[in-house]
Design a protein around this ligand. Structure first.
Ligand code: AMP
Ligand code: GLY
Length: 423
């Protein structure tokens, strides 16, 4: 089987390593992939948003199956385009990817179908939003409607911050057309849980839960990033919470998308807040999370390619989806200064016996050397029977991997260990 994976980050590296476990996955192409992924797949320099280029390549190579991993090609309709030339895909069509592509859409969907989420208002003019912000409850959360490279959410702690967030998004167009409309919503409190799920529109099968660490610095300080590390499972996702989420959120969301004629097939990501009065949806993503995937897939005991094709063929009920009872921890190594300003081009050293546990996010190959080439450079993942052990092993691994300006948080997993009563 010739498989194509669209994307080129740590998440895609984790997907590719898992797909390779199936002997049917004879050749895997990554578009564009990266210098680290090149060990596990044939990387071709076609951008993930270049739908014409992707389709031409897929037709030329006679691709049998495609996995579209990042949000932007999904929202742009990459799956629709590949399907139109007869290539089956893992990932939602554009009309379903809108669940991430438009925050206004997802909030209205939740309201219409009674799915628990923060109370909100939608604004399509800056004047009205500014007027509302004059006496809305504070803190308030301001969200650009469309995709904004994960930066379109501002938690305004003061009225002044709310006003300037509205001005930046709607008047200065900081995120372009993504800010034509905004959602202003109630600030929720509670631990956050990420739950990725497989769904074919008939069934929704949650994967093991995980916890992201979004802030750049220890103690959840510093700027928001794409994610500095993850652990799985998430201690706050108890059996009781899981059961409620299934009943109140996961199944209702799948049914709502079906009722809207937007059947979602692929990986539906639920960003949840466990509030005092129950779990609520903070956000939906139409794809695997990054770096959640780097802890979730290493715990998957069954075959990823089999599950993915079962989703595509709408027979997920027949698939074997089994996770280990162990724990995983991923420590992201970034370039010092990320997410603002950082240098690239430092040589990365990974001991040969460790390469299988390192997911490369931002690196390029030059004269046979692997050089850092992004803000988040790689993720070190370890699994173990206990979280304590997984965390210790992941940090030991990070200690064996090096590059010039490497920077990483020292407290990934600490919050989870505290929740287990271990810190
Ligand atoms: P996002 O960029 O969509 O991943 O959101 C960034 C972060 O903002 C989330 O992970 C939450 O920590 C936080 N957030 C989003 N919405 C709310 C809310 N209504 N109340 C509190 N925190 C929120
Ligand atoms: N780690 C959060 C995301 O993938 O959006």
């Amino acid at each position: 089987m010739k498989i194509l994976v669209v994307g080129g980050g740590g998440r895609e590296h984790a997907i590719i390593k898992k797909l390779r476990e199936n002997p049917l996955a004879e050749t895997i192409y990554a578009l564009p992939g990266n210098g680290g992924i090149a060990r596990d797949a044939v990387c071709v320099p076609i951008k993930a948003t270049d739908l014409d280029g992707i389709c031409a390549f897929a037709a030329d190579k006679g691709i049998d199956y495609a996995v579209v991993a990042p949000d932007d090609p999904l929202v742009l309709g990459c799956v629709d385009r590949l399907n139109a030339i007869g290539i089956p895909c893992f990932g939602p069509e554009a009309k379903a990817a809108i669940i991430e592509g438009s925050k206004v859409f997802s909030k209205e969907l939740m309201k219409k179908y009674g799915i628990p989420t923060a109370r909100y208002e939608v604004f399509d003019s800056a004047e009205k939003a500014l007027e509302y912000a004059k006496d809305c409850p504070i803190p308030i959360v301001v969200k650009a409607d469309g995709l904004a490279l994960g930066k379109g959410v501002i938690i305004a702690q003061t009225r002044e911050e709310a006003l300037s967030a509205i001005r930046e998004i709607m008047q200065d167009k900081k995120f372009g057309k993504s800010g034509d409309r905004i959602v202003m919503e109630e600030f929720l409190e509670g631990p956050e849980v990420s739950v990725l799920s497989f769904t074919d529109g008939k069934r929704v099968v949650p994967m093991v839960s995980s916890m992201d660490h979004k802030r750049a610095l220890d103690g959840d300080k510093g700027l928001n990033t794409g994610g500095m590390g993850t652990v799985a499972p998430n201690p706050y996702y108890t059996e009781e919470v899981a059961e409620r989420c299934m009943r109140e959120i996961f199944i209702p969301t799948m049914n709502a998308m079906n009722a809207e004629g937007r059947t979602f097939k692929g990986c539906l990501y639920f960003g949840l807040m466990i509030c005092k009065d129950g779990p609520k949806v903070i956000e939906y993503n139409c794809r695997f999370g990054d770096p959640e995937t780097q802890v979730v897939l290493p715990l998957l005991e069954s075959d990823l390619l089999d599950i993915m094709t079962a989703v595509t063929e709408e027979r997920l009920s027949e698939a074997d989806v089994r996770f280990s009872r162990g724990h995983a921890c991923c420590v992201v190594m970034a370039s010092e200064g990320y997410p603002v300003k950082y240098e690239k081009g430092f040589e990365i050293h990974i001991p040969e016996e460790d390469v299988d546990k390192v997911y490369v996010a931002g690196a390029r190959l030059e004269d046979g050397k692997l050089l850092s080439d992004g803000g988040r450079v790689l993720g070190c993942t370890e699994t173990a029977a206990s979280l304590r052990e997984a965390v210790d092993k992941a940090y030991a691994l990070a200690g064996r991997v090096s590059f010039g300006n490497a920077f990483y948080r020292r407290d990934i997993g600490k919050k989870a260990l505290t929740a287990y009563g271990e810190e």
